[in-house]
Design a protein around this ligand. Sequence first.
Ligand SMILES: C[S@@+](CC[C@H](N)C(=O)[O-])C[C@H]1O[C@@H](n2cnc3c(N)ncnc32)[C@H](O)[C@@H]1O
Length: 208
Amino acid sequence: MALKDVGNKVPIYKLKTTDEVMKYYDEWGEKDKYNKDMVEWNYTGPKETVDVFRKYTENKEMLIFDAGCGTGLVGLQLKKYGFKYFHGADLSQKLLDTIPKQLYQKIIKVDLNKPIDVKDNFYDATMCVGTFTFGHVKPQALDEFVRVTKKDGLICFTINEGIYKDYGFDKKIENLKQDNKWEELEFFKSDYIASKDVNAWLGLYRVK
Ligand SMILES: C[S@@+](CC[C@H](N)C(=O)[O-])C[C@H]1O[C@@H](n2cnc3c(N)ncnc32)[C@H](O)[C@@H]1O
């Protein structure tokens, strides 16, 4: 779907700069509006991603990095299936402030378009849901996810179909395969926000 059509249905997709996007989220986070909208839109990204992720691991003790965690919808979904240990990262302090207490062991405010202040091979898995979309986080973040995730660890993410090629996610994913950085376990078109006619690619990769 062309950006102009999608932008009418999901207004944040019209924004271009990180400052504009953050200002929007800071208002969207007020009075639980973001979470309420996600229920109303039947946003299935967190559920679909965690459903795929849990097919590939039984280890509920693993430490998971939730990159672009927002209000913690991915953490809630992971907890539902018995996962216990998550660290969340996001650039919107307003959204981070709404995360249910004790859901994440650690929450950090970071710009995911910049190098992340985390040691190499630190996490057992990285999840990134809803954050590769118009005007948000760029493909280079995938290099950082590979760096901070342990060998044989899992990286699971969505990419809004509208930016997949335009932002160069197709090339980045392919390059990481060619460079033997990861192997593909799943890659398919998910529902995501089907009620708005917005779908996303859902990928799951194992770090080599
Ligand atoms: C659609 S929300 C998804 C949040 C959550 N993962 C979910 O599925 O509900 C996109 C998130 O990306 C975050 N974000 C956008 N640009 C960012 C950046 N440059 N660095 C870190 N987070 C960013 C926003 O603050 C927001 O929380």
